[in-house]
Design a protein around this ligand. Structure first.
Ligand SMILES: Cc1ncc(COP(=O)(O)O)c(C=O)c1O
Length: 407
């Protein structure tokens, strides 16, 4: 009898984390690798936030906190929702956890019974289906093609809803596409949900602040207040404040769901780190002006990479509104042959080829549920991005033969 539980067999390790580990290992061997697989800003956490953490240590804020987070932080989260999204929540409708990831995990654990369905538009963030599987739920995928900017359309949503649907999950701006929903696009989706009172909406707004060219971010609870008692809005400080290592995420929503998530957390991690909570408090309440500079930098990099990639024969990308990702099509290289005689049959083969023969690490589209694509993160210096795109261009140039017809 195996010591390992069956549930371990039903999930995969995060492909993005294992790919970045692989790229790190090659770098450690002395190989010249440019990693475009990273899922975190390359900026440092702002000093005023680090100072708040140091003060918390000096002041002895080193003990357990209430399970759903300190009252100050939960109040600051309420203030954030009012300030940024014009949403009214009370502190007991907020739960803080160890990263947006734990919050999502807790939400599925707290709400799914075996066989309950979760609608996940593809491409999706790699962890959603495995988290659903860990909670014994069933993922129902809807492919959202590049021609729709990878966004979910109301008719497709309607067709996917069954009696067993418990959640639709929406992530805007998206990892991996960077696409963000406009007010009208969200309204068309929330209109569908109004017709199905048993379906709840899980909203992952972790990239909220990273939108470019004046794009106006909106969140579904703002767009359709009549759904307030069916919407769980998840956010965190990882991406906007360059705090991925601090591990603070939070959710706001109906009291029964929040309480259930807190109960689950009380039997796993108890509370998020007290020091990180103090840092997150400063992130949400303190100076926000640095954000504009970061956004300007990201926008310039996005435009740089978009231009360079779209100039490559064989690669095509749509312009994303936010996050720091581009989801590029590699349909025109599928079926071609490398110099060493290997046929590129899938987007995974293409990603392996880029890493092994050209020193560029990207994540293949299949990891996000849509092929043939690859995801690039542009949270790197312009010099490295230019170098990486030149390598991708060379890699494509060196391929020979005809591209296979890809549906
Ligand atoms: C779409 C999305 N949601 C949630 C998370 C989780 O973020 P964290 O756990 O670092 O707060 C990530 C991180 O990559 C993400 O890309």
């Amino acid at each position: 009898m195996s010591i390992l539980a069956n549930r371990v067999k039903n999930i995969k390790p995060s492909p993005t984390l294992s790919l970045s580990a692989k790229a790190q290992a090659l770098k450690a061997e002395g190989k010249d690798i440019i990693s475009l697989g990273v899922g975190e800003p390359d900026f440092d956490t702002p000093k005023h936030i680090c100072d708040a953490a140091k003060r918390a240590m000096d002041e002895g804020k080193t003990r357990y906190t209430p399970v759903p987070g300190t009252m100050e932080l939960r109040q600051a989260v309420c203030d954030k929702f009012k300030r940024d999204n014009d949403l009214d929540y009370t502190a007991d409708q907020i739960v803080v956890g160890t990263g947006g990831k734990q919050i999502l995990y807790n939400a599925f654990q707290a709400t799914l019974n075996a066989g309950d369905e979760v609608i996940i538009p593809a491409p999706y963030w790699v962890s959603y289906p495995d988290m659903v599987a860990l909670a014994e739920g069933t993922s129902v995928f809807i492919e959202c093609p590049a021609s729709d900017n990878f966004k979910l359309k109301p008719d497709a949503l309607k067709a996917a809803i069954t009696d067993k649907t418990k959640w639709l999950i929406l992530n805007s701006p998206s990892n991996p596409t960077g696409g963000a929903y406009t007010h009208d696009e969200l309204k068309a989706l929330t209109d569908v949900l109004l017709e199905y009172p048993h379906v709840h909406l899980m909203v992952d707004d972790i990239y909220e602040h990273l939108v470019y060219e004046g794009f106006e971010f909106v969140t579904p609870a703002q767009v359709e207040p009549r759904l307030m008692d069916r919407i769980l809005t998840i956010n965190g400080v990882s991406k906007a404040y360059a705090m991925t290592g601090w591990r603070i995420g939070y959710a706001a929503g109906p009291l029964d769901i929040i309480k259930a998530m807190s109960k689950i957390q009380s039997q796993s991690t108890s509370n998020a780190s007290s020091i990180s909570q103090a840092a997150a408090l400063e992130a949400l309440q303190g100076d926000q002006t640095f954000l504009q500079g970061w956004k300007d930098t990201f926008q310039k990099r996005r435009d740089l990479v978009l231009g360079l990639l779209n100039d490559i024969e064989g690669i095509e990308c749509v312009k994303p509104e936010g996050a720091f990702y581009i989801f590029a099509s590699c349909a025109s290289v599928i079926g071609k042959t490398t110099k060493s005689g290997q046929v590129i049959a899938t987007d995974e083969d293409f990603a392996q080829y880029l890493l092994a023969e050209h020193g560029v690490s990207v994540v293949h589209g299949a990891a996000f549920g849509l092929s043939p694509f690859f995801r690039i993160s542009y949270a790197l210096s312009s010099e490295d991005l230019t170098k990486a795109c030149t390598r991708i261009a060379t890699a494509c140039d060196e391929l020979t033969g005809q591209a296979a017809a890809v549906a």
